[in-house]
Write a protein that binds this ligand. Sequence first.
Ligand SMILES: Nc1ncnc2c1ncn2[C@@H]1O[C@H](COP(=O)(O)OP(=O)(O)OP(=O)(O)O)[C@@H](O)[C@H]1O
Ligand SMILES: [Mg+2]
Ligand SMILES: [Zn+2]
Length: 266
Amino acid sequence: MENNVCSVCGKEKESRLIPYINKVMYIDCQCETELKKKIETEKREKAINTYIRKRIKKSGVLLREENAFFDNLIVDENNSKAVDGAKYICSLMLNGDTSQDKNGLILSGNRGSGKTYIGASIINEYNRNEKFNEYVINEIIKAHDNGFIEDLGIEINSNCRFIKEKDAIALSEKYNYRENTSPIDEFKNAKILVVDDVGSSYGDSKRIMSILFDLFDYRYSQQLSTIITTNLSKEELHAYLGERTFDRLRCCCHYIKLASPTSRRK
Ligand SMILES: Nc1ncnc2c1ncn2[C@@H]1O[C@H](COP(=O)(O)OP(=O)(O)OP(=O)(O)O)[C@@H](O)[C@H]1O
Ligand SMILES: [Mg+2]
Ligand SMILES: [Zn+2]
């Protein structure tokens, strides 16, 4: 196409003669400039969406919960305290507010009351709102331009982790003695950690208690935010975790009971 007409409106472009080299330059029509800007903005938005999605995946949030965000949670009298608690913790962490002794939650309630969903929404929302790295955004835009949608060739990390209690226990038992590391370490050190379904593990209860003590005691002493979900009542949780662990959690978590809706939310 002739580059002396606007590709959008078809009008002839303004031209300017550059002296000495005796060349004519065409000046972009306003609508072409706007179109370019619009394309740039769309690319950036798409890259940021990918960025958020990758962060959420990296956090370990499961498919069922990956679309749980504060603005699409159904809120009613059964869960409103839990939703408020979730928003409060998320904003504490996003603002880097370390002034509060309690920066975590114990979400307790019956099956299907929405504990896992609300727990995951804290991670999703944090991942959506935490500052983005401009370098990473540009790398994602480049990957998209080259036709790579999923395989970006760049590692995207997240400061949050979601894990089922059972998996946390299994990972804690794997230990690399040579490197002095365990696969649980990245969960232990996450800025926000959701441990889902606390109280659901069977087996050697002394071993389970000791693993959970290590995890929660570490997080307590590092002032990291821990959210646990459980089907157990306060008394049952106390008995299951034991005095020492329960005490740590009591110091750093707000206890919130969710009432049971009549059926699972759809
Ligand atoms: N606030 C909400 N808004 C929209 N959907 C929700 C909400 N809470 C829960 N749900 C939906 O209900 C389903 C069940 O909730 P969820 O799995 O979080 O319950 P739970 O309390 O963790 O149950 P369990 O004790 O069985 O683990 C979720 O998969 C989700 O689809
Ligand atoms: Mg659950
Ligand atoms: Zn034009």
